[in-house]
Design a protein around this ligand. Structure first.
Ligand code: C5P
Length: 223
């Protein structure tokens, strides 16, 4: 049995990409596989938490005894997250939310002759930014950032801008870390310190991130 250091906690995890439809055949999305988020959900469940997983499209099996809500678009993810955020003590936003959606979604497949060369976009809501603004006392908020350069600077900027307690920065310029693969190497930044986690499986990385989360929860409980 794993250490039950998250028992009594309700952990909301988001994972995977979002998919923004253009017409019934086409969409905008990104390379996220959901593996890191699913590993976090599984690890949190093993460590005794009640886990709610809001998952974008992908075919990963639901880990453990976890409540899973499947979503497609950023707007659907926003709605699901806001529904569960209030009762969650820990929120981990590992999903790669599409920044933009098509302004108009065609109900019929657009003929290729009619597509043209530009697509009008509209910005999606920044779910994590909103969670940071609404964060209540004692709630621990964890973000992710996929970066290809200036990891510390970008991570620190996002930690502050989104009012996070912890941010896990992925280096996506290496083929063995970040998108799609089973391994990762993460720079973990809190308000007090930054730490390079070792190159490891996403399972192991999830446990190391949760170790930090447990420390932050303890600190919130004291203060
Ligand atoms: O600013 P950036 O998109 O790099 O921030 C990444 C973090 O913000 C991730 O934790 C991601 O889940 C979250 N995010 C979000 N809603 C968006 C964009 C990003 O929750 N529209």
């Amino acid at each position: 049995l794993s250490r039950q250091d998250l028992s009594g906690q309700t952990v909301l995890v988001t994972a995977g990409p979002t998919r923004e439809p253009i017409d019934p055949a086409r969409f905008l999305s990104n390379r996220s596989s959901g593996k890191m988020g699913f590993a976090l959900a599984r690890a949190a469940w093993r460590r005794g938490a009640k886990v709610i997983l809001v998952a974008g499209p992908g075919s990963l099996p639901t880990p453990g005894n976890i409540e899973r809500i499947n979503v497609q678009t950023a707007l659907e993810m926003h709605e699901a997250v806001m529904q569960y955020a209030e009762k969650s003590t820990i929120i981990i936003k590992a999903a790669a939310v599409a920044d933009y959606r098509a302004k108009e979604v065609a109900s019929q497949k657009i003929k290729k002759e009619a597509i043209g060369t530009s697509l009008e976009l509209e910005k999606n809501p920044d779910i994590l930014l909103e969670l940071g603004r609404k964060k209540r006392d004692g709630q621990v908020l964890v973000g992710f950032a996929a970066e290809s350069s200036r990891l510390i600077e970008e991570g620190t900027r996002k930690l502050q801008a989104k009012n996070l307690d912890l941010i896990a920065v992925n280096n996506i310029s290496s083929e063995s870390t970040g998108f799609e693969v089973d391994t990762n190497q993460v720079l973990l930044i809190s308000r007090e310190k930054s730490e390079n986690l070792p190159f490891a499986s996403k399972e192991k990385t999830a446990d190391l991130i949760l170790d930090q989360v447990v420390q932050l929860v303890a600190k919130e409980t004291i203060s």
